[in-house]
Write a protein that binds this ligand. Structure first.
Ligand code: WT7
Length: 645
């Protein structure tokens, strides 16, 4: 039995949603989705109001539409509609990598900046429906660029600044972006990231991209290509400060975001305009119990979906104050998060378990020497939070006073799906607890049989669903159907395993497919494998995850060298660097095992189950190995395993 943390009296007193309201709303959301979402759809401003609410089918060709005959503009919802009341209220608090650098940007300022960039983009020929790739550090211009795209109806695709030139190029080519917005260099933990140099390299193979807008962040020495590259500050200085937002259909794409799948190249997840904004803003308000004037900080990067929904779109649609942080948790010191909380009097703090675990290792003193009195609510996202990290977060960071919302969701879901609501849900450390409105979790076994009661199984989601869900994969609806709706008929398969307890609480156990979660970043084992085999000395590679104290999962690679090549420590380092260069630092293998042979079936299929077990240092229970072509390779792999802890 795990410990239960009831809703604190202080939280209950002011919370937007209590347990009765949660139950009542939840019932209605799944029994009368049209009525429920028809009402909540009005929380945003429509140019032409919708008359249809839900039009969803998880079977056949799979079609997901919400509010389909309504029109709106997301940028107008995040900016213009707040101006009457909030022109001089802070929209974004920006905290630089350097603790002496910060800024407050009001809704009025932000509106003007977005209008100027929207005009500049239009002058460069960007039109409704065009794709724009954004490759920026965590500076206000990232939010400005997103909102400017939304304003002109362009579809943005943000590529995390830690991705390599090759990874960036692949994402530009897949969606044929015509414009790229970047910076000279990024700055993280005092170190420079050569963004523009990476862009120059990437664009050598991207014919669609005609223009580059470059924000001057560090003033570092970069090369500007005449006719192609433009300084951001020059363009916006010349552009007009007002702009009429383009009227968009609810189902026009708002953005693409590439994420890893279990096979093949990254998938371009497509989110659309109306349903996404309704869902991002509604979850932001209720999950974080956001009240007028609260200072809210999500530590994610805008390169991930968390940054899209919970730094930019959700908060700004709600007229909130959102903090954007350029730096990292341990620079200049491991107290940085808490120093920033005190400096800006943060009330709501949302971060990832990997950050908590790495700070936990530094002891309590760097936390305890700060005040944190402003904090009211804590959040977690990205991977399962182990109960030990949860209780440390609660006791040390929150002084036992702040509830923790452990929010489970995915790039594909657009917003939070399983989560406590602070005023409604008693907490259990390690459990994401209960579904948000409209979300209907179903547990199934490997054969697709629905399981009732307290059970463990694969987590699927049944209709009616929620309006923030992805609609398709960019240019590949077939892969969309195959990846998410083919495994279990008529249901969305999440790729996660979960346990449901006797109280109906969900405990996410992690991915059940070949996707691994490294420090809350999603990585396809197939992507790392294909980077490895691209190295001239590598004949074959198999990559699996293994438990890692800080990162949640580490990357474990089995590598077979081409005949005549000898394993060495130097080659190991070379391969790690190779993968960093091919994909980015987040994909670096933690452990590489030389494997002259891999366990294969007689038909040549690698038995990954066995490789996972050996990587986990749990080889006592390898299961049936009788179908292996050469069972002897298993003993050799066990003998030379790299994870002995
Ligand atoms: C995968 C999605 C959601 C935004 C960040 C990650 C894992 C995410 C939790 C959580 C347990 C979690 C799942 C999911 N995950 N949040 N609170 N508890 N697992 O988005 O990169 O699309 O990854 O992250 O395995 O499938 P993503």
């Amino acid at each position: 039995m795990s410990e239960v943390y009831p809703v604190p009296a202080e939280t209950a007193k002011n919370a937007l949603i209590d347990n009765d309201k949660y139950n009542e709303w939840y019932e209605r959301s799944v029994k009368d989705p049209d009525g429920f979402w028809g009402e909540h759809g009005k929380r945003i401003d429509w140019i032409k109001p919708f008359t249809k609410v839900k039009n969803v089918s998880y079977s056949g060709d799979v079609s997901i539409k919400w509010f389909e005959d309504g029109t709106l503009n997301v940028s107008a919802n995040c900016l213009d509609r707040h101006l009457a009341k909030r022109r001089d209220q802070t929209a974004i608090i920006w905290e630089g990598d350097d603790p002496n650098e910060s800024a407050h940007i009001t809704y009025g300022d932000l509106h003007e900046r977005v209008c100027r960039l929207a005009n500049a983009m239009t002058d460069l020929g960007v039109k409704k429906g065009d794709r724009v790739t954004i490759y920026l550090p965590m500076i206000p211009e990232a939010a400005v660029a997103m909102l400017a795209c939304a304003r002109v109806g362009a579809v943005h695709s943000i590529v995390f600044g830690g991705f390599s030139p090759d990874a960036l190029a692949g994402r530009i080519q897949d969606c044929d972006s015509s414009l790229l917005i970047t910076a000279d260099e990024g700055l993280r933990g005092g170190r420079k990231v050569p963004l523009k140099a990476n862009v120059d390299k990437a664009l050598e193979t991207c014919w669609s991209c005609k223009s580059v807008i470059v924000v001057k962040r560090t003033g570092g020495d970069i090369h500007m290509v005449t006719g192609r590259d433009h300084w951001y500050h020059d363009l916006v200085a010349k552009a007009a400060p007002t702009h009429t937002p383009v009227e968009m259909s609810a189902e026009d794409p708002l953005f693409l975001l590439y994420t890893s799948g279990s096979t093949g190249k990254p998938k371009g997840v497509v989110h659309t305009t109306g349903g996404y904004l309704v869902y991002a803003s509604m979850t932001h308000q209720y999950v974080f119990d956001y009240h007028e004037g609260d200072i809210y900080w999500c530590t994610a990067d805008v390169g991930w979906v968390t940054g899209h929904s919970y730094i930019v779109y959700g908060p700004l649609a709600n007229g909130a104050i959102t903090l954007m942080f350029e730096g990292i948790p341990n620079y200049p010191t491991v107290s940085r998060f808490w120093d920033v909380v005190d400096k800006h009097k943060v009330n709501i703090f949302y971060t990832a378990p990997t950050a908590i675990r790495s700070l936990m290792r530094e002891g309590e003193e760097p936390v305890k020497k700060t005040s944190r009195a402003s904090l009211r609510l804590l959040g977690s996202v990205g991977e399962p939070i182990n109960p030990e990290a949860w209780t440390w977060y609660h006791r040390v960071v929150g002084d036992g006073r702040c509830p923790i919302v452990d929010t489970w969701w995915q790039t594909e879901t657009g917003g939070i799906l399983i989560t406590p609501l602070p005023g409604a849900t008693a907490l259990k450390p390690g459990s994401a607890t209960r579904p948000f409105f409209g979300v209907k979790p179903v547990m199934v076994d490997a054969e697709g049989k629905t399981l009732e009661g307290a059970v463990e199984g694969n987590l699927c989601l049944a209709e009616p669903g929620w309006p923030g869900q992805m609609r398709t994969l960019w240019g590949d609806h077939e892969r969309f159907k195959q990846s998410y709706f083919a495994t279990y008929q008529g249901m969305y398969f999440t790729g996660d395993g979960a346990r449901r307890d006797e109280d109906g609480y969900y405990w996410i156990t992690g991915r059940v497919d070949d996707v691994i979660n490294v420090s809350g970043h999603r990585m396809g084992t197939a992507e790392v494998e294909s980077a490895l085999v691209a190295h001239p000395k590598v004949a074959e590679a198999a990559v699996v995850g293994y438990p890692h104290d800080i990162k949640g999962q580490g990357i474990y690679a089995y590598v077979t060298l081409v005949a005549g090549e000898e394993p060495s420590e130097d080659l190991r380092k070379e391969l790690v660097n190779w993968v960093r260069k091919e994909i980015g630092p987040i994909a670096s293998p933690d452990l590489i095992q030389w494997s002259p042979g891999l366990p294969k079936t007689r038909s040549g299929k690698i038995m990954r189950r066995i490789l996972r077990k050996i990587a986990e240092n749990d080889f006592g229970s390898l299961g049936d190995t009788s179908t292996l072509a050469d069972p002897g390779v298993v003993d050799d792999l066990i003998d030379s395993r790299m994870n002995r802890g």
